[in-house]
Design a protein around this ligand. Sequence first.
Ligand code: GRF
Length: 199
Amino acid sequence: MNGAPRHKVRLAIFASGTGTNAQKIIDYFRTHPTIQVGLIVCNKAGAGVLSIASREGIPHILIDKEKFFRGNAYVDELKDSGIDFIVLAGFLWKVPAALVSMWHKRIINIHPALLPKFGGKGLYGHHVHEAVINSGDTESGITIHYVDEIYDHGAPIFQEKVIIEKGDTPETLAKKIQILEHLHFPRIIEKVIEKKQNN
Ligand code: GRF
């Protein structure tokens, strides 16, 4: 990815769920001059993100657990698709070492809280917001970070906060956080990629 790219930078979005962030990322890069979403990778048959992939005409891979964790972690398939950069948008499995080293500093994740608080295995989706509300904290937010081999651990890239008001519930907090995610994630992805291209 050094110097002027000969082709558009191809993103793979890894997602396990509804895919609202995936949709925002697809929308953001639809007409982008240098970056395109080239692949959706999903571990859950029937996930909403797979319908998004079909509707958008983006190829997808439904991954098999055994092959992901004990095989080659789909390195060959990702290379065959020309993937330069990986974005985790609600992907619930840990990323295997083979992918982390092959796409070193080219995998980023979004987490719906202010890491290092409220991260790690089991802290995903509503579990995160419940833990935050139960903690009595007065703020939460989003963290976009590089991915390493430990859940929710890699170097942070961007955080944005929201105030937790009296009467907020895990559900109302989830809505506030989702607004921030949709607003910031695509442009931070763009910034990270452009910074790499200019280095
Ligand atoms: C987001 O809250 C993201 O922070 C987390 O998983 C959720 C995915 O939501 N990692 P969606 O499927 O994009 O709606």
